[in-house]
Ligand binder design. Structure first.
Ligand SMILES: Cc1ncc(COP(=O)(O)O)c(C=O)c1O
Length: 374
């Protein structure tokens, strides 16, 4: 039933994922459970390989990426590390269709860090914030803008180059949440040049929970003083002199105490798999199957929330189900037919990836038609 898997916006899958993950965990268990001194020599290089795989995806320089538990935690780490006063008295700009968890964090931090949270609203009845509205709100009072490259509820993709160019004119720092596009669509932290980027490994990268990544531009890193300073945020973690703490010169300054390497180790087989793939072919398959999903939506007279132009969207097609048919019921009905999808309110979210097949799409179409007929 793999061919009808449409949950790449949530958890990515690739052939052999369960086997690879089990092997990596078994190897970890053996290493960690053997009474010798080989543990860290096995664990830390794997964590570094995970970081280097991500550097490849981001085209990021050595020493500019580290791990974080999730996107929200990574966002907290960078905001708390910015030079004193950068945000105080200024605005932090974000769109109302950002990932809500980021917005929850920003709301909590605004009074503590002394910035005004400026949230660009949706237009009446709209599902996504228009690029124009975001840029109109991006005035010189904005000290930092958090962009969401691809939306998790519409799969709309912003015009990143235009947004970053505007941000530079306004003198703001620019961060981007690339979670919904990373690993499927090409991304490069240097073109356009962003100040920081955040992602998880869960989606198109097919990794595990806990394997978040934070990139900070080498220009910005030396100005950052991460709040959670610890032994691993030093150049030499084995400096135990409490009178001689100093941050590492590079992104390692964002590491704190003993790194929780498990998620990186568990995600590494998926990242290794991904690195060996023909990325253009994966994208072409996604484009072929998402085009089919638009045809299905049209045939079933379902409104699409995702822009049709390929340049304006990520890897998903989000459909608005009629109010008369509860989305939870549709998702349960699809599940019963071996089709994996999910919903946010009445929005049905469909994301075809490497395991999704034409036959799977046909099964979805037949099941959806039946469920909508009632
Ligand atoms: C756009 C976007 N950002 C972030 C996340 C995840 O955030 P976190 O890792 O903090 O749970 C998701 C998950 O679906 C997402 O779609």
């Amino acid at each position: 039933m793999d061919g009808a898997y449409f949950l790449y916006h949530s958890i990515g899958m690739y052939p052999g994922k369960a086997r690879d993950l089990a092997a990596a965990m078994a190897e970890f268990a053996l290493t960690w459970g053997t009474a010798d001194d080989a543990q860290w020599g096995w664990v830390l290089p794997r964590r570094q390989r995970f970081i280097d795989r991500w550097r490849g995806i981001l085209n990021a320089a050595p020493g500019s990426v580290t791990t974080c538990e999730n996107v929200t935690a990574g966002l907290h780490a960078i905001l708390a590390a910015l030079p004193d006063g950068h945000l105080r008295g200024r605005s932090l700009l974000v769109a109302a269709d950002c990932f809500p968890s980021n917005h929850f964090l920003l709301q909590a931090l605004a009074p503590r860090f002394g910035f005004t949270l400026k949230t660009v609203p949706l237009r009446q009845g709209a599902a996504r914030v228009e690029d124009e509205d975001f840029l109109d709100a991006w005035t010189p009072d904005v000290g930092l803008a958090l962009l969401t490259w691809v939306s998790s509820t519409t799969s709309a993709r912003i015009d990143l180059a235009r947004a970053v160019a505007h941000g530079r004119r306004m003198g703001a720092l620019v961060g981007v949440d690339i979670t919904q596009g990373a690993g499927l669509l090409p991304f490069d932290v240097t073109a356009p040049e962003v100040d920081f980027a955040l992602s998880t490994s869960l989606k198109w990268m097919c990794g595990t929970p806990g394997a978040g990544v934070l990139y900070v531009s080498p220009r910005l890193v030396p100005h950052c003083a991460p709040q959670v300073a610890g032994w691993f945020s030093q150049d030499n973690p084995f400096n135990w002199d409490i009178a001689r703490f100093a941050y590492a010169p590079d992104m390692r300054r964002f590491d704190s105490g003993t790194p929780g390497c498990m998620a990186a180790i568990a995600s590494l087989p998926a990242l290794d798999w991904h690195a060996g793939q023909d990325h253009a072919a994966i994208r072409a398959q996604n484009r072929r199957l998402t085009a089919r999903l638009f045809d299905i939506a049209d045939a079933l007279r379902l409104a699409t929330l995702t822009p049709r132009e390929e340049e304006r969207r990520g890897g998903s097609v989000m459909l608005r189900l009629p109010e008369t048919v509860p989305a939870a019921q549709v998702v349960a009905g699809l599940r019963a037919e071996g089709v994996s999808a999910d919903h946010r309110s009445q929005t049905l979210r469909l994301s075809p990836g490497v395991l999704t097949t034409e036959a799977g799409v046909a099964r979805l179409e037949a099941a959806l038609a039946r469920l909508l007929r009632g």
